[in-house]
Each structure stands twice: as structure tokens, then as C-alpha cells.
Design a binder for this molecule. Structure first.
Ligand code: BGC
Length: 415
């Protein structure tokens, strides 16, 4: 009886600790989480507990392997946006593997870029008794129903890669999104030697990401903030005049949508032989569409500098072939390792702050200022460090062990 009471109290305190973070209102996760007792999610919900498979189509549920059960325990819901964009397949499988190897059961869903379906998938996970959610949102503003239910059920949420605009989110794990865009802008600046351009002028266009994705604005602003002074000075000329985020945005980061807009811009503004020098694309799926349009519809024969982000296989091929110039690489295997370590620390009631970082073994920053889940509600974030990949340092990707290079020089994801 007494033991049961202590267990109940521990669970209640642990729940408070788990749910601390963005919505905690303190703005400081260390304050919010400190003092929590060492406890484990296994106590709150045993992995042996009967589980009903997630209802949603495409949900994969699996028990941890026997080998990995030490130190883990509990069930983790992993909700990914779509399999149609290359990286999320990687994220989903890395997260799934990491959590399983640490002894957790997992439920992994992809919601086909349909936020209604993502709400449904998360609701099914909650009904299935998950102890913690890892969610990469399709639309950061559209998950309130599921997030509110998670909060009611005391299930903590880690916003993975993309922030969710709901205070039920405890912590955010991502890359430094503003820096991703800044690296793209700085790449253009150095390739064209804009600082020393003198009277030289260059023509540039922009393609941004999905307005429903909270990251998209950070990427775009990061790039524009570097390049705006050159636009203002007339060194860079946006021939289409299209610089407003909503005008250059790409719903769902869709390649065909980016392709179509690029074709329209090329036929409307460049068909007369005007030279295009640069097309800043926020990521690889949009860069793929823009590169296709430039290859088939651009009249000039100069190389057009095209930026990207992710290191998708098709884009790495384009980099080898000189069709895309760079990509900002984000090691999503590391992102999943940080997510697992954070989840474990949360479930053990540890203090969540920068003191955790050495145990990750991965370079990242603890940021309590940059992201808010609602006005004034800062979300404590672990932000990993992105890097620039060009034709000249593709070997760096091979060195991660996550890619192999074929005899043709093209890279493929390591199996
Ligand atoms: C991710 C990018 C990705 C994009 C489209 C963003 O939220 O941070 O890495 O390219 O979504 O999938």
C-alpha cells in the first residue's frame, strides 16, 4: 500500500518533470526539471502492458530486441510527416533503431503529409499507451487536438526537427535552422566574392519551403539576412522581384511545385536571354525541381549556382554532375541520438540543460531563447550544427559511415 503511494507520488512528480519545458512557463528547463526524482517511465507504464496495435494505416509497432532492454523500458510513439521526402525515411528508421536498441518499444507512423492524419496517428499512439512522443510536425499549427490530449494523458512530447506551436511540447531537438539559411547565403556571398564585387552585378532568384513548417521561415531569413545588403546595393538583382516569403514558398516542400514556379519565373523573366546566376533553394526537394527547370527551360549556358539542404541522394548526384552547387548537410542520425539521450534523461527525471550535452557526444547547443511554442513560452531546444557540402568535400559524407561512394563517384545511403 505504502509502496503504491510512493510510486504514485513519484509518477506524479515525474510527470511534472517530463512535461516541463516549453509549456512549463518558467522559460528555463533546468528550473522546471531540477529536483525531479530518479525514476523511469517503465514504472509509469510497463513495456509488458498489453498493447493494441496503432489503428492508423502504416503504423509499425515493434518490441525492443532482447539484447537492448537494459536501461530502457516504455513505449515511444514516433510520428514522422511523410515518406515522400527522402530525409524522413532516414529519421524514422534511425529513431526507431535507436529507441529499440535502448530497450524501448516503438510505434512509428508516417502521415503522408496530411496533418489530419497525423493528429489521428498521434491519437492512436496515445490510445496505445505510449509513454513519450517524438513528433516531426507536418503543420506546426495543426496538431492542437493531439497535443492537448497528450498533455491530458501526461505524455511528454519532443518536437523533432520542426517545432509544434503548442505548449504541450516539452523540448525541441533540431539543427540550428537559421544557420542553415545563413550558410546558404554565405556560400553565395563567397562564391561570387560579393564583398569585392565592385560594379559587377548578378541575377538571383529564391525558392523557400513550406509555410506550414516552422523551420521554413528560419531557413529563408538566414539566407536573406546575408544577401539583403547586396540586394539593397544593387549587386544582386532579383529579376522576378519575388522576395516575399509567401510568394517564393513551396507548399509541402514539393518538388513539382518548385519546378512549376521555376519554369514560370524562367519563361516570364529570363526567356529574353537575361542571365540567371544564382537560385537560392531552401532545401534539396525544392532544389531538385529548380534544377530540373534550369536544365530544361533556361536559355543561358552559364552554370547557375543552386543551393540546397539535406544531402538527398538525387541532389548529391546533381552536385557530382555540376547541376546543384551545394547542400547544407544535417546528420539526422546524430539528431536521433540526441533525441534518444534527451528522452532517456527526461524519463529518468534528470535535469535538462546544457550539462547533458557532453553525454550526447555530438556537437550541439542548448538554446532557451530562440524558439517559442506560443507567445512568451520559450521552448528549451537542443540545436545541432549543420555543415556545407560541395563537390569538393563529398568524402566527408562517406566518412560519417552513412553514405558509400560508388565507382561512378555517386553517393548512396549506406545499407
Ligand atoms: C527539414 C528539412 C527538410 C524539409 C522538407 C524541414 O523541416 O528541416 O531538412 O528538407 O523539412 O522535408
Amino acid at each position: 500500500m505504502k509502496r503504491k503511494l510512493i510510486a504514485t507520488l513519484l509518477s506524479a512528480t515525474m510527470a511534472a518533470s517530463l512535461l516541463a519545458g516549453c509549456g512549463g512557463g518558467s522559460g528555463s528547463s533546468s528550473e522546471a526539471a531540477s529536483g525531479a526524482p530518479a525514476s523511469s517511465a517503465a514504472e509509469a507504464s510497463s513495456p509488458a502492458e498489453a498493447s493494441t496495435p496503432a489503428e492508423s494505416s502504416g503504423a509499425e509497432e515493434s518490441a525492443a530486441s532482447d539484447a537492448g532492454t537494459a536501461g530502457g523500458g516504455g513505449k515511444i510513439g514516433i510520428s514522422m510527416p511523410t515518406q515522400s521526402l527522402e530525409r524522413w525515411n532516414r529519421d524514422g528508421s534511425y529513431l526507431d533503431e535507436q529507441f529499440k536498441a535502448a530497450g524501448y518499444e516503438t510505434v512509428l507512423t508516417y502521415s503522408d503529409n496530411d496533418s489530419g492524419r497525423q493528429v489521428n496517428d498521434i491519437q492512436n499512439m496515445l490510445a496505445d499507451g505510449v509513454d513519450l512522443l517524438v513528433v516531426a510536425a507536418i503543420d506546426g499549427e495543426a496538431l492542437n487536438t493531439a497535443m492537448d490530449e497528450a498533455a491530458e494523458a501526461n505524455v511528454p512530447v519532443i518536437a523533432y526537427d520542426r517545432l509544434i506551436m503548442n505548449d504541450a511540447v516539452s523540448y525541441y531537438v533540431s539543427f540550428d535552422n537559421y544557420t542553415v539559411g545563413k550558410l546558404q547565403g554565405e556560400f553565395v556571398e563567397s562564391q561570387l566574392d560579393l564583398k569585392n564585387a565592385g560594379d559587377k552585378t548578378y541575377n538571383i532568384e529564391f525558392t523557400a519551403g513550406d509555410p506550414a513548417d516552422n523551420n521554413a521561415g528560419y531557413f529563408y531569413n538566414g539566407a536573406v539576412d546575408v544577401l539583403q545588403p547586396y540586394i539593397d546595393a544593387g549587386t544582386l538583382h532579383v529579376v522576378s522581384g519575388q522576395t516575399d516569403f509567401d510568394t517564393v514558398a513551396t507548399a509541402q516542400w514539393n518538388t513539382d511545385t518548385a519546378l512549376e514556379r521555376a519554369q514560370n519565373v524562367l519563361s516570364s523573366y529570363y526567356a529574353d536571354g537575361t542571365q540567371l546566376d544564382v537560385w537560392v533553394c531552401s532545401n534539396d526537394s525544392t532544389a531538385l525541381g529548380v534544377a530540373q527547370a534550369v536544365t530544361s527551360d533556361y536559355a543561358g549556358d552559364n552554370d547557375v549556382l543552386i543551393t540546397g539542404q539535406d544531402g538527398d541522394e538525387a541532389n548529391l548526384k546533381n552536385i557530382v554532375d555540376g547541376i546543384q552547387t551545394m547542400t547544407v548537410y544535417k546528420n539526422v542520425s546524430n539528431e536521433s541520438i540526441v533525441t534518444l539521450a534527451l528522452a532517456q534523461a527526461m524519463m529518468n527525471g534528470e535535469t535538462i540543460d546544457e550539462s547533458l550535452i557532453p553525454s550526447f557526444g555530438i556537437e550541439c547547443a542548448f538554446d532557451t531563447e530562440s524558439y517559442e511554442t506560443s507567445e512568451g513560452n520559450k521552448c528549451p531546444s537542443f540545436l545541432l550544427v549543420p555543415s556545407v557540402i560541395t563537390k569538393d568535400n563529398l568524402q566527408d559524407l562517406v566518412d560519417t559511415g552513412l553514405y558509400t561512394m560508388g565507382d561512378d563517384g555517386y553517393l548512396a545511403a549506406a545499407q
